[in-house]
Design a protein around this ligand. Structure first.
Ligand code: IPD
Length: 263
């Protein structure tokens, strides 16, 4: 499948930032033994990757706006387009030397998500999707899993950690969902959770308390792999509310019912 000019820009950018993160990840593994720990270094790695992404995208598409995890909102003269970027999703994994983290880049046009790239440089997995053109892992076309019996689902979620609200709600949801499904996973990267749902590795995903940059690119991946993505109320306000349910039609409908039941 020929790659569009837009996708070329996004892939080139993700790969360039990915080389920087991969170099820094190698260092983090060495720093694990130091007493001070590598957390300052990881913050610097995050910033370095964001700088690269900002410079590449601004050069390729001057005028587009940005929402970036570190830099925040950067308005551009072109009000129809904005990039939604997380330079390092899965920061805790990165910090601990776990090779499950990603760069997430999405493009929104007139309020609609039209393209997404999620790249895990440590595993050489590049997920790409453009509206109407399908979802891919490297060169392989993706399709969400077809399972339709709750007892077969393996679903993924995020667990609120220290300093985050929502542990009571999370525990209630978890109790109801874990009693029905085959298994629950927590991987530590929302962008890759969505990418793995698109790839059919995981049947479903739900989480609250996210930011738009954790979700935007992965939403395009799941939709283009034939899946569904909603917020926890079944609406399309995922980016505003920071909540998400993803999977095929039965999985998303079952998860929504179980979450409602848990409240
Ligand atoms: C985090 C990851 C994680 C999710 C957290 C996010 P970050 O993003 O996506 O899976 O559970 O809620 O904050 O901080 O690594 O960019």
């Amino acid at each position: 499948m020929p790659v569009s000019a837009l996708m070329n820009v996004m892939i080139r950018t993700a790969r360039k930032a990915g080389r920087s993160l991969a170099r820094d990840f190698g260092e983090v593994e060495n720093l694990q033994v130091s007493i001070k720990g590598p957390s300052n270094f990881v913050t610097a790695a995050d910033h370095r990757a964001e700088e690269i992404i900002f410079a590449e995208l601004a050069r390729a598409r001057p005028g587009y706006g940005f929402v970036m995890e570190e830099r925040g909102v950067v308005e551009g003269p072109d009000k129809s387009h904005r990039w939604i970027v997380d330079p390092l999703d899965g920061t805790t994994n990165f910090l601990h030397g776990i090779p499950h983290f990603a760069i997430s880049i999405a493009l929104e046009r007139d309020g609609e998500l039209v393209a997404g790239v999620v790249y895990n440089p440590a595993m050489a997995e590049l997920y790409t999707a453009e509206r109407g053109k399908g979802s891919f892992l490297n060169d392989r076309r993706l399709r969400v899993a077809a399972r339709s019996r709750i007892e077969d689902y393996v679903v993924v979620t995020g667990i609120p950690h220290r300093g985050r609200d929502g542990s009571d709600i999370f525990l209630r949801e978890c109790r109801v969902i874990m009693a029905q499904v085959a298994g629950i996973r927590r991987t530590g990267s929302a962008a890759l959770d969505l990418a793995w749902v698109a790839a059919g590795r995981l049947d479903g995903y739900w989480e609250r308390g996210l930011h738009c940059w954790d979700l935007a690119a992965g939403i395009v991946l799941v939709r283009e792999a034939g899946g569904f993505v909603t917020d926890l109320d079944g609406r399309q306000d995922m980016l505003e509310k920071g909540s998400v349910i993803a999977g095929n039609e039965s999985v998303t409908s079952d998860l929504r019912k179980l979450i409602r039941k848990s409240q």
